[in-house]
Design a protein around this ligand. Structure first.
Ligand SMILES: Nc1ncnc2c1ncn2[C@@H]1O[C@H](COP(=O)(O)OP(=O)(O)OP(=O)(O)O)[C@@H](O)[C@H]1O
Ligand SMILES: [Mg+2]
Length: 330
């Protein structure tokens, strides 16, 4: 399937071929879609493929990582704001929905949207109209929404952290990207492709996978999926002293998997100011921590506060800060 390798989607296991078939189908129908899969499985690549194989391919593809934006900013990022809408709003901004007009807006980590932003998004999905923050003019945009997350939205909906009506709007079509360990020999195939790319990139044609590396690839569980494999090969390629790339011997990076899993968390990337990166990292941590506890306790605020070792009202504040909801009866 040549067009898929042009889109960088490598793999030929039966479960991956099924994914490619679904991508092809989803690309031909112009409705909202939802992509779910573990971290590093290739969700973003899949969403890009859906856009570039579809009728909107010549219009913008606008990705936004909902998890990297503080709750207070996400609405104005998506829908724009009028001048003076809040303290820092010195100029009006049109927002990403307007930027994506005619094309696709990719909402990555959609599970991190707070309830207020969820309500605004639902309104947009219902009639394609929206208002800028602080504005009263109704605006329209023709945007296809594709969302992705690595947690099951269904589970969040059960705990009332994700609106069910929004879930039903988003998941008209659902694509599940399988973890690498369920993809047969794809890992070996990917390893060869990544190594080829590195040989070209660094002009070191005589580096090859050590025979033991192939056995390691087959044996390893790949919790960080394709990203973990790609990062590991990259690192060992650069670090090896002879013509062989060895894997799984741990001498270059014992925490490889952890690093690979966290390398694209959207924070600490070094190209934003320290203060902003730190605020983002804290917001990201708080939101995930609080949500995780609410899911575990089925939305029971008292129980969640107890597990966090905080008093109920302080924890409640944190929950509201991130626009999450909880069961008011306890
Ligand atoms: N089938 C594939 N063929 C080639 N490269 C792939 C494939 N799947 C994923 N990759 C590569 O693996 C890395 C991770 O992919 P991607 O960012 O799409 O994953 P993700 O599911 O969005 O991860 P996360 O949930 O952590 O955001 C990228 O560098 C991507 O190019
Ligand atoms: Mg991603």
């Amino acid at each position: 399937m040549d067009k898929f390798s042009q889109l960088n989607l490598i793999g030929s296991s039966p479960s991956f071929l099924q994914v490619l078939k679904q991508i092809q189908k989803i690309a031909t129908v112009d409705v909202s879609a939802y992509v779910v899969g573990e971290t590093g499985t290739g969700k973003e690549l899949a969403v890009r493929a859906i856009h570039y194989l579809g009728a909107r391919r010549d219009k913008p593809f606008v990705p936004v990582n909902c998890g990297a934006l503080p709750e207070t900013l996400i609405e104005s990022e998506l829908f724009g704001h009028e001048r003076g809408a809040f303290t820092d709003a010195k100029n009006a901004s049109r927002g990403l929905i307007a930027e994506a007009d005619g094309g696709t807006l990719f909402l990555d980590e959609v599970d991190s949207l707070g309830l207020k932003a969820q309500a605004a998004l639902l309104r947009f999905l219902q009639d394609r109209t929206y208002r800028r923050v602080g504005g009263s003019t109704q605006r329209q945009a023709d945007v296809r929404i594709i969302a992705a997350s690595n947690v099951q939205l269904e589970k969040l909906a059960e705990s009332r952290l994700f609106r069910r009506d929004l879930l039903y709007r988003l998941n008209i079509l659902t694509l599940r990207v399988p973890p690498l360990r369920e993809r047969g020999e794809d890992a070996q195939e990917l390893a060869h492709v990544f190594l080829d790319r590195l040989r070209h990139q660094y002009r070191m044609p005589d580096k090859h996978l050590h025979p033991d590396a192939l056995a390691y690839i087959a044996r390893h569980d790949w919790p960080g999926n394709v990203r973990e494999l790609e990062n590991m090969i990259h690192r060992e390629f650069l670090m090896s002293d002879d013509q062989f790339v060895r894997l799984g011997q741990g001498e270059h990076h014992p925490v490889a998997a952890i690093e690979a899993c966290s390398s694209e968390s959207g924070t600490g990337s070094g190209n934003v100011e320290y203060k902003i990166a730190k605020a983002q990292a804290i917001a990201h941590f708080e939101q995930h921590y609080v949500r995780e506890l609410l899911v575990r306790t089925n939305g029971n605020l008292s129980r969640a506060a107890q597990l966090a070792g905080q008093d109920r009202s302080a924890f409640g504040k944190l929950v509201r800060k991130h626009g999450l909801s909880y069961d008011n009866s306890n």
